[in-house]
Ligand binder design. Sequence first.
Ligand code: KIV
Ligand code: ZN
Length: 521
Amino acid sequence: MTDQTHERSEKNRVLIFDTTLRDGEQCPGASMTFEEKLDVAELLDEMGVDIIEAGFPIASQGDFDSVTEIAKRTKNAVIAGLSRAAMKDIDRCAEAVRHARRPRIHTFLSTSPVHMKWKLQKEPHEVYEMVIQQVTRARNHVEDVEWSSEDGTRTEHDFLCRCVEAAIKAGATTINIPDTVGYSTPTEYAALIKMVRERVPNSDQAVFSVHCHDDLGMAVANSLAGVDGGARQIECTINGIGERAGNASLEEVVMAMRVRNDVIPYWTGIDARLLTRASKLVSAVTSFPVQYNKAIVGRNAFAHESGIHQDGMLKHTQTYEIMRPEDVGVRATSLVMGKHSGRHAFREKLKELGYELGDNALEDAFRRFKDLADKKKHVYDEDIVALVDDEIAQKHDRIKIVSLMVIAGTMGPQSATLVLDIDGAQHTTQATGNGPVDATFNAIKHLVPHTAKLLLYQVHAVTEGTDAQAEVSVRLEEGGKEVTARGADPDTLVASAKAYINALNKLAVKRQSVNPQTAVG
Ligand code: KIV
Ligand code: ZN
């Protein structure tokens, strides 16, 4: 299992282009802070991702700053920034990626009839000229230029080939044919890539790339089919996050090529043992939960519930497992630790779960673990993961919860007394509400006035039992920006407050200010 059966050569090597920080971050509610983006980029680099698309520098000062910093820090991967066809976009992108050891400008333009007519409001001959200008401009800045024909799968074939030929002639070194709207099918997409490579006379001078969206659930299948058609770069994201239904999932394309190397004879430079850690990190920083039955990284991906399956597994793991959990960094769930476990055992457990915390973060996490172990009879791996993810999510926060006391029950009105630390100063307030959660959120609103609307409030138990930790997800919207955040705690109301505050912290990063209200009550 998971053995490469085909010989590795440069001809069958597939480059992994990760766009979690650009296409992934672009989807509603998945925004990450500056520090979170640096953490994700560091792990992607460690995992062996070939190209990290770090952001869209013209989109905001925040994007520009994070692309710049990632470019400065990354040791191995090529750092790409995205830009539209406008000269100022390309120049801004160049300014951000120029710090990288290996910078790339990824510039795109729509080529389909529907996009040219309605979105660009340009004639095909104008678009053709723009392709030449954008690639030429990008090549004046860097040697590594990727050109994408946005909505490539709905582009008329002759026009697509002409644009690709012109882009390569102008200096593009990678040509990406995206299935922007997730409309294609595997057979059709493989044929499209093959057709373009065969018909474009200078196609041998560029690497062809696939970028598939999952609107019909075929992004991974389409990406692999595109490789069969001759592409040697796959654009994908951790957990498949991205615009609308998302992008092809990195962990799925990588493991499909490994596990079924007999029929998908390509290889990548990815260290698959870091896949689970990457999935957890991206889920923690975006607060996008991973579907339980998600392939490779879902929490049920290696769980065997039915008696027949469990019996088979005990006799031989290959009866129901096509890959070993440890190959993707998963360890069996165990009843791990209790209140007598020490700091050393806790640090070892964290390592086993894929976390390396600095001394201060470790100390904080250990203190929280001890509190939890006092309250909860059994502490499972999942409890520790929730606790550490919570810690990571709050690492750089400006607003922190100091204490919360809530009066609930049938004798209303329910009220909450809250103390927050805002930029190092403590603020206290009391508020009532229509139920304890409402009272808690009203108290937060007193101390951190904002206009954000609550779009989602969700609670689930991390493990089983009435003493299980609650994990709360909250989605807020303010001025057209959506953020999602999570909080975990054995007390559901504390978890709710943490989730709400985490979301406000994310919005504050966007607004650059939290404007604390002076102490009330
Ligand atoms: O989906 C798409 O077409 C894109 C391009 C910008 C590459 O994300
Ligand atoms: Zn996309």
